[in-house]
Design a protein around this ligand. Structure first.
Ligand SMILES: [Zn+2]
Length: 171
């Protein structure tokens, strides 16, 4: 998969490129480490283009059903994931430094890469949406809600997810 998962970001944006397909969950090696099992598939769409200002961007959308393991009863349950990300593609370091996220309404910026691994990006974005401690909805879990829940460890991605949420609210 990884050999075909490379694109030249800027050329892709100039061509208004679109990648759209379905990939089996089992192909996401890192994601599978956090799942109860690797059944299911993810539908994704990555499109790129140029803003009126000439600024290159890429937009990613992904959705699908994952099997998470409930941390209370340890059984698998289906969890629907839907995520999107919108990034500015900077030509060089200077442009990256000068990037004004407010002006373009984009959430993040990446440096242009002629060998950009979009598959890793897709997997990262899905990983960011996973709950820290997956638990069945209250009435779906065979074990009743106990006052003593497992201690939640700080997740390094939680801050980033919050940041992204804030930018979404602002834009
Ligand atoms: Zn449960």
């Amino acid at each position: 998969m990884s050999e075909q998962a490379r694109i030249d970001c800027l050329a892709f944006a100039q061509d208004s490129g679109v990648l759209e397909s379905v990939v089996a969950v089992r192909d996401f090696t890192r994601l599978c480490e956090s799942l109860a099992d690797s059944t299911g598939e993810i539908h994704y769409r990555i499109e790129a283009g140029l803003k009126k200002s000439g600024c290159a961007f890429m937009r990613l959308e992904a959705s699908g059903q994952l099997q998470l393991q409930c941390q209370r009863c340890m059984q698998a349950f289906g969890w629907y994931v839907a995520t999107s990300s919108h990034v500015f593609v900077a030509h060089d370091e200077a442009e990256l430094d000068a990037w004004d996220r407010q002006a373009e309404g984009l959430e993040e910026a990446v440096l242009a890469d002629s060998q950009f691994d979009w598959f890793a990006w897709l997997e990262d974005e899905i990983l960011l949406t996973l709950p820290i401690a997956p638990i069945h909805l209250a009435d779906a879990c065979p074990i009743p809600d106990q006052p003593l829940l497992p201690v939640r460890r700080p997740n390094p991605f939680a801050a980033l997810a919050t940041l992204k949420q804030q930018h979404k609210l602002k834009s």
